[in-house]
Design a protein around this ligand. Sequence first.
Ligand code: NAP
Length: 307
Amino acid sequence: MRNVIIIGSGAAGLTAAIYTSRANLSPLLIEGKEPGGQLTLTTDVENFPGFPNGIMGPELMDTIRKQAERFGTEFVFGEVTKVDLGTRPFSVHFGEQSEQCGALIISTGASARLLGLDAERRLMGHGVSVCATCDGFFFKDQEIAVVGGGDSAMEEALFLTKYARKVSVIHRRDKLRASKIMQDKAFRNEKVDFIWDSTVVDLHENGTNELAGISIQNLKTKKTERRDVTGLFVAIGHTPNTQLFQGQLELDVAGYIVTKGGNTQTSVPGVFAAGDVADHVYRQAITAAGTGCMAAIDAERWLESQE
Ligand code: NAP
């Protein structure tokens, strides 16, 4: 039986691995289908402390992974297909294997919803982004677009006005889903304009594989027009990766794992959650790493209390 199993290899899972391995708990980390998590979808990360000149997202994750390896974390590639949290030790099934553990740390993250366009993933970090806080800085004085009509889209659009010359919000209906207060802020901002009843149907690249424009279709008139924006922020919501835990852990209405205020304990004692899987507010690499550290310390103390 393992002391600790960590599911997920983003900033939260890898940080939990550093802490639990340094505590001699010999953690097993199951990497999941997107090793390195959401940061592998970004390019420059300029707001992670300790890197005054910035660092590429995939490189940052690789560095944290090496740090966890150094202290003896055991990594396995694979996707968890089933967990049994009803009895202790907990069981975790992946591939043809299953393992048991005394404490489980869940850091399966959340996935930004994407539009499903051909070039969307390829241009991620090259003009297409799912995080204004991360990438807004790179669009100083440029014309950019935000897709979505919810609070996230308004928040992203307003944040981006700090840098961009103009921000066009493209929404598939003629009414926003966002709260009234966020709508009012966006309507009042002179840099924000709205393209209603419309959807992005194509992305155009320049010769160096950077976004150079988008095609927008009006869903009522069916007319398509091109806009030469250099940035496209997709803000159509996130989906927490919690399907595995439905019916076993308390989730909120949006599907995020509920943790006790102030720590990472879930509704099942001995099961801890860290990173975006339990956070729809901050969603930053550094907050994920921070809660990964918390989960490791919570798990260590919990195991001690069980001995
Ligand atoms: P959301 O409320 O689910 O809004 C998603 C938006 O994206 C909707 O306007 C939706 O259009 C649109 N959309 C969804 N799929 C699309 C697609 N395939 N193509 C084009 N458009 C698509 O998600 P969210 O804005 O991320 O907010 C999530 C939760 O966090 C909400 O409860 C929100 O209030 C909260 N939040 C609050 C704040 C704040 O208070 N400051 C900030 C961020 C988030 P339809 O409207 O047509 O469905």
